[in-house]
Ligand binder design. Structure first.
Ligand code: NAP
Length: 525
């Protein structure tokens, strides 16, 4: 199947043979993507003028209704999406649900949250404050939707959610979306866009998609656009420093790699509830989506006295994981997305093995259900142990994008803090402890280097939403090597798609601009 591109309101197939998309279980080609010949400059211009103008003519409430209609349309085609996810990403149903149902849930959440903004078209911050003695001359800040296109360059691991978690706030803000999904898994995003176009849910030009290489896309971004990138730190650097991005001061949001930590409290011995909850969460994070989640636990920081018990308990659980063809009902973990990612994962494991020992995950004894290891992109859940983490470097820096985690013993609370901080900025950390003194020290000491911290104590117990699960109402993103970006966080996400202007003028001018404005404080709600 050839994935057509939707550019300037028209479906077109790119020139040339294109790049094959494969089934990671069999290696068979399932679709082809090609962007050669696509008029990306013209497509961006069309999105800005036709799509942007139509969206900005609507109120926030009307755009919220659009999000609801998108969610309803996607929900109608769920079965087809699960099929694509299985065939192109190798996802068992539970993994596909995170991507597909996660998209629908995120869209519905934004549709619901946006109701608070009502029939407004812009946002006003605070009240006008006088700049002249008689109060005639006043100042107030307003947030206006940006007039360009929201350009998304996405990673392969969440072809659906990666699009909709960004598109929901962008469309709500009144910005048309121009998405370039990662080529290996572009099929699902392309099919979703096609279903929406067929159902005539969105105004013409409100969404465009180009499958295949990004080519000259970034050459054409201008001062009205924004770019939101998800992917590796290496590509992120290229995006951030692209000449057109720099020249036009285009706002860029980056979500990049992360070596996330789970931390077990110093007091949590084997047999405690926190010990069990941490073990369960590490196993889930290693095996869900075969560890191909930017938020997955990579480092498991545990008190030295409990380290061997933790490693043994995780390894015992991993031994129960059923790996293989996701079409088989018994399979709980599928392959990586393709053989290239498998090679990259084994290279990463080899790099970590310079500093670690293997506890679980022998690639030479990989028992697969209904799949051939010689052609599939399978990697066994691999648990490593780092005996001397303070002297180690790679274990804190190398993100293996697969079912791989390392148990890291720590000696003291200060040591746990120091080791966690060696991730150089992460999307998320989780702390499993019911010792208030431990939590009071650790959480503030690592908070500046993390986008999100999950604290599991006896009050929360098993009722948490998960280390790796990104909730639409909570900010997603992290400082430092995680990219320095911010997404979601409820209506906070709208800020990226608006531009703040300080208006200095008469009360009448404020009345004119503020007429269609909602209170910007609602973004923090
Ligand atoms: P990647 O290789 O960096 O690719 C990401 C995207 O950038 C793809 O759409 C890719 O297109 C595109 N791209 C590559 N070169 C480009 C260029 N010169 N100009 C414009 N776009 C270009 O990353 P990936 O392998 O897809 O994803 C895995 C990485 O993403 C992991 O490191 C993971 O940690 C990270 N990730 C982070 C998050 C987060 O939220 N922080 C979420 C998911 C993944 P092609 O596919 O066509 O090459």
């Amino acid at each position: 199947m050839k994935l057509e591109n939707l550019i300037a309101g028209r479906w077109e197939w790119g020139r040339g043979d294109g790049t094959p998309l494969v089934d990671p279980v069999t290696g068979a080609e399932v679709a082809t993507a090609a962007s050669d010949g696509a008029d990306l400059a013209g497509g961006l211009a069309y999105a800005r003028t036709t799509g942007g103008a139509a969206l900005r003519a609507l109120t926030y409430a009307q755009r919220a209704n659009l999000l609801g209609a998108i969610a309803d349309t996607l929900a109608k085609h769920r079965d087809a999406y699960f099929d694509i996810s299985r065939r192109n990403s190798g996802s068992p149903k539970a993994d596909a649900a995170i991507d597909i149902d996660g998209s629908i849930y995120t869209l519905k959440t934004y549709a619901r949250l946006a109701k608070a903004l009502g029939e407004a078209r812009r946002l006003a911050e605070g009240t006008p404050h006088p700049l002249s003695k008689d109060g005639v001359f006043q100042a107030r800040h307003y947030l206006l939707p940006r007039a360009g296109a929201a350009v998304f360059i996405n990673a392969f691991n969440f072809p659906a959610w990666g699009l909709w978690e960004k598109a929901a706030p962008a469309l709500l803000a009144g910005m048309p979306v121009f998405v370039k999904p990662a080529t290996p898994t572009a099929w699902l995003a392309q099919r979703m866009v096609r279903d929406l176009v067929d159902a005539e849910v969105l105004p013409d030009g409100a969404i465009s998609i180009v499958c295949g290489g990004a080519r000259d896309l970034l050459d054409h971004v201008n001062e009205t656009d924004v770019v939101s990138f998800t992917g590796s730190a290496q590509t992120a650097h290229m995006v951030r420093t692209h000449p057109a991005v720099v020249r036009n001061s285009v706002p860029v949001n980056i979500e990049a790699d992360s070596v996330n930590a789970a931390i077990l409290g110093l007091e949590a011995a084997p047999g405690t509830r926190e010990f069990t909850l941490l073990v369960n969460e590490v196993v889930r994070e290693m095996t869900q989506k075969a560890g191909q989640k930017c938020t997955a636990i990579r480092r498991v920081l545990v008190p030295a006295a409990a380290a061997k018990s933790v490693a043994d308990a995780i390894a015992a659980e991993l031994a129960q994981v059923k790996i293989g063809n996701p079409a088989h009902p018994d399979v709980t973990m599928g392959p990586l997305v393709n053989r290239a990612q498998r090679v990259a994962a084994y290279e990463g494991i080899a790099a970590l093995m310079n500093e670690c020992q293997r506890v679980a995950g022998d690639p030479t004894h990989l028992a697969l259900i209904d799949a051939d290891p010689a052609v599939g992109a399978f990697v066994p859940p691999t648990l490593l142990f780092c005996t001397h983490p303070s002297n180690a470097r790679r274990v804190h820096e190398v993100e293996v994008f697969g079912p791989v985690a390392t148990v890291i013993p720590y000696a003291s609370t200060a040591d746990a803090i120091a080791l966690a901080r060696r991730g150089h900025g992460s999307l998320v950390a989780s702390v499993f402890s019911s010792d208030a003194a431990f939590l009071d020290r650790v959480v503030p000491a690592i908070a500046d280097l993390h986008g999100r911290i999950l604290i599991v104590d006896s009050a929360v117990d098993g009722k948490h939403t998960g280390h790796g699960n990104v909730m639409p109402t909570c900010t997603h993103g992290g400082p430092g090597r995680a990219g320095g970006g911010e997404e979601l966080g409820g209506l906070r996400a709208l800020a990226f798609y608006h531009r703040r202007v300080a208006l200095q003028g008469s009360a009448a001018r404020h009345e004119a601009l503020g007429r269609d404005a909602a209170d910007a404080a609602l973004l923090l709600g």
